[in-house]
Design a binder for this molecule. Structure first.
Ligand code: G3D
Length: 179
């Protein structure tokens, strides 16, 4: 009976995959979460604590935690790491000054034992702004090529229009299906 239930759950895609959205404050995390859900930009206020939403793509269901990025909240990120399959790191592509800080947070995070099996999706957000860095520049600044123990991908996007987000979801789906 247990086996039958397990097989049916596989067929109907019943298992939820845990995703956390991290990044510095103002990167666009909350806008991206609700853009995933509604395909419309929403008015946001700074994330205090966390927002959590379920996103379904065909038979794949993601439980997505949007974690606050202010300095005081970054220390709490690790309490969300357990069972995380995908880490979405949102970067404000215009925020050159804090990219080194983002890089340090990313590499510190990936060294944590609870994230050893997690895949990493870097969203180079705010591509609509004319002074934004490209995904390739961000990839280089974050030294993504040095990440060998995790599957990773960088995607340019604009949370206000949703551009780039369907491709991101497709990549996330391909990762959890591969596992
Ligand atoms: P956070 O959850 O990472 O803190 P938010 O970030 O989602 O609250 O977004 C911070 C601000 O950036 C918001 O503006 C939001 O509208 C804006 N923003 C998010 N994504 C984009 C984008 O792709 N392009 C542009 N131009 N702006 C974006 P406000 O004015 O509400 O603070």
């Amino acid at each position: 009976m247990g086996n039958l239930v397990a097989r049916l759950m596989t067929v109907f895609g019943d298992r939820e995959h845990k995703v956390i959205i991290v990044g510095l404050d103002n990167a666009g995390k909350t806008t991206i979460l609700y853009q995933f859900l509604t395909k419309e930009a929403v008015h946001t206020s700074p994330t205090i604590g966390s927002n959590v939403e379920e996103i379904a793509l065909r038979k794949t269901r993601f439980l997505v935690w949007d974690i606050g990025g202010q300095e005081s909240l970054r220390a709490t990120w690790m309490s969300y790491y357990g069972n995380t399959e995908i880490v979405i790191l949102v970067v404000d592509s215009t925020d050159r000054e804090r990219l080194t800080l983002t890089k340090d947070e990313l590499h510190r995070m990936l060294a944590h034992e609870d994230l050893q099996n997690a895949s990493v999706l870097v969203l180079a957000n705010k591509q609509d702004m004319k002074n934004s860095m490209t995904a390739a520049e961000i990839s280089q600044c974050l030294t993504l090529n040095s990440i060998t123990g995790h599957s990773w991908h960088v995607q340019a996007c604009c949370a206000l229009t949703g551009e780039g987000l369907p491709a991101s979801l497709d990549w996330m789906r391909s990762r959890v299906v591969a596992n």
